[in-house]
Design a protein around this ligand. Structure first.
Ligand code: SAM
Length: 277
């Protein structure tokens, strides 16, 4: 019988966010696949966990992935962790989970913090619908195409960015989305210098031109305004209401329905309908 692959979240800064269940699972498994074994070793040492580590990162995904799958098929249990946060989110893990699923290997989640959700929750922007955009490409043209493709998206947009690229990214975003679009820059989450700067893209560019960005950032940007409804004349509104009456609605109901969809009052539409009747 094959073993279990546990996808384990690790802290994004504050080690106290490491869950008791995450510790328990890392103690139980046969080995841990880690994005950077040196980083994970520090975490394991801190919690006094002793476990064999193997490296699993974007440059050895294929060979290491197959090796891990073979060991799981042989009955070993494994955990995958990344340097910080959730594996699979702008970090290795997605391929391994896919391979495991293809082989019918059981996968279990041990959720932990993820910078995308932590930043969204503190942004003060709409959390009901959002799109995670990951990192922008370092290639100028691809960055522009990416930003163009989401500029009219009404969902809250979330990007990861490194501090040395922040100003270029904000400048490109300002050009694509306009200087008035609201942004929350969430920095150093769960760490000593945690900060959320809620501002506009234009003001963020000015601020970070004068102050060099330090630490890890998540950029949360408000979605685009939904397009304004097409303008409609009063005569067209009355015609639409008449159409509804021809379909069987009473004048009062037709006026109410059209009033809800147009800037005109129910009473004035009703008056026009009954006058023309
Ligand atoms: N897998 C991780 C997760 O679940 O959040 C993300 C890994 S990605 C390689 C690293 C990026 O996440 C950073 O460049 C930054 O944008 C964001 N990030 C990670 N930790 C953060 C923190 N404590 N505060 C703000 N952003 C953070």
């Amino acid at each position: 019988m094959s073993g279990i692959l546990y996808v384990v979240g690790t802290p994004i800064g504050n080690l106290s966010d490491f869950s008791p269940r995450a510790m328990e699972i890392l103690q139980q498994v046969d080995f841990i696949a880690a994005e950077d074994t040196r980083v994970t070793l520090k975490l394991l040492n801190h919690f006094d966990i002793k476990k064999p580590l193997i490296s699993y990162h974007e440059h050895n995904l294929r060979d290491r992935g197959n090796e891990i799958i073979r060991r799981l098929l042989d009955g070993e249990n494994a955990a995958i962790v990344s340097d910080a946060g959730m594996p699979c989110i702008s970090d290795p893990g997605e391929d391994l989970v896919r391979l495991a699923a293809e082989q019918g290997i059981r996968t279990e989640i041990v959720p932990g913090p993820s910078a995308v959700i932590a930043a969204l929750c503190l942004s003060g922007l709409s959390t009901s619908r959002f799109a995670f955009e990951g990192f922008l490409s370092t290639n100028k043209r691809n960055r522009r195409l990416h930003l163009e493709s989401v500029k009219d998206d009404p969902h809250t947009l979330i990007f990861y960015e490194a501090p040395h690229k922040l100003l270029t990214t904000l400048t490109d975003m300002c050009a694509a989305f306009g200087p008035d679009r609201r942004i929350a820059l969430a920095r150093e989450l769960t760490k000593v210098h945690e900060e959320v700067r809620r501002t506009t893209l234009g003001e963020a560019v000015t601020y970070y031109t004068a102050n060099s960005p330090k630490g890890e950032f998540v950029l949360v940007i408000e979605g685009a305004e939904p397009p304004a409804p097409p303008e409609i004349s009063f005569e067209e509104a009355v015609e639409a209401a008449q159409q509804l009456m021809e379909e069987g609605l009473k004048a009062t109901d037709a006026a109410k329905q059209i009033s809800a969809q147009t800037p005109f009052r129910k009473s004035e539409i009703y008056a026009a309908l009954t006058k023309e009747e």
